[in-house]
Design a protein around this ligand. Structure first.
Ligand code: FE2
Length: 215
């Protein structure tokens, strides 16, 4: 189901999410909203307000600790792996859609829920909608990590050059983002979620953007 989200609803949502986020995370969230407004203007102009709502909601369970995430998973009968402490960073994208369904009824929308669900690991065959929220989270202007700066510059430079259609620029940028994420995880001796590998491969194979008709 696609819902209509008005500017007034976005104003209300910006207030409603405040108790769920620490100050720094709230500023990041507003920056993701701003970034996705820009990206949406290029790729999905009719969906900009739904993209903005997804941005505002994407990190709403980020401040919970592992035991709180596990309790939510238990309440909603969501399966958890054997070593949840090793994948603690991934839990907020699993629990946020559950909390949206529970506490943000007016914002219940399939694209919003899936964009929030997959904004951390990615997944095979991501839609444009999901990709824009994922990318906005990565390159929003308050991010100062080298990879974020490099990716932001690459994306906007390629878009400006106009050598490739915008959708191809998005695909190439998504490949680069997953390559960076996977390299960092290897360097940190971290676990690589299988969905992240599948996401990367599906962008390499151009088996992605299933929500639009490609040329
Ligand atoms: Fe985020």
């Amino acid at each position: 189901m696609k819902i209509h989200i008005s500017d007034v609803m976005l104003d209300e949502l910006r207030e409603k999410i405040k108790p769920y986020l620490k100050h720094k995370r709230y500023n990041h969230t507003l920056a993701v909203e701003e970034e996705v407004t820009c990206l949406g203007g290029v790729y999905l102009p009719e969906d900009v307000n739904r993209l903005r709502a997804a941005a505002l909601l994407h990190d709403i369970t980020k401040k919970l600790d592992l035991s709180e995430h596990l309790q939510i998973c238990k309440d909603f009968d969501i399966m958890v792996g054997d070593q949840p402490e090793r994948e603690e960073k991934l839990f907020h994208s699993k629990t946020a859609p559950l909390i949206i369904k529970e506490n943000f009824e007016g914002y219940y929308d399939d694209d919003i829920l899936s964009a929030v669900r997959w904004h951390t690991t990615g997944r095979k065959g991501m839609t444009v909608f999901e990709s824009l929220v994922y990318l906005a989270d990565y390159i929003e202007k308050t991010r100062t990590f080298d990879d974020c700066v490099v990716l932001r510059k690459y994306f906007y430079d390629e878009l400006d050059k106009g050598e490739y259609p915008p959708i191809e620029v998005l695909r190439k940028t998504m490949v680069m983002s997953f390559d960076m994420t996977i390299s960092n995880l290897i360097e940190e001796n971290g676990l690589i979620d299988l969905d992240t590998i599948s996401a990367r491969n599906s962008f390499v194979l151009n088996d992605c953007f299933t929500d639009i008709i490609k040329e």
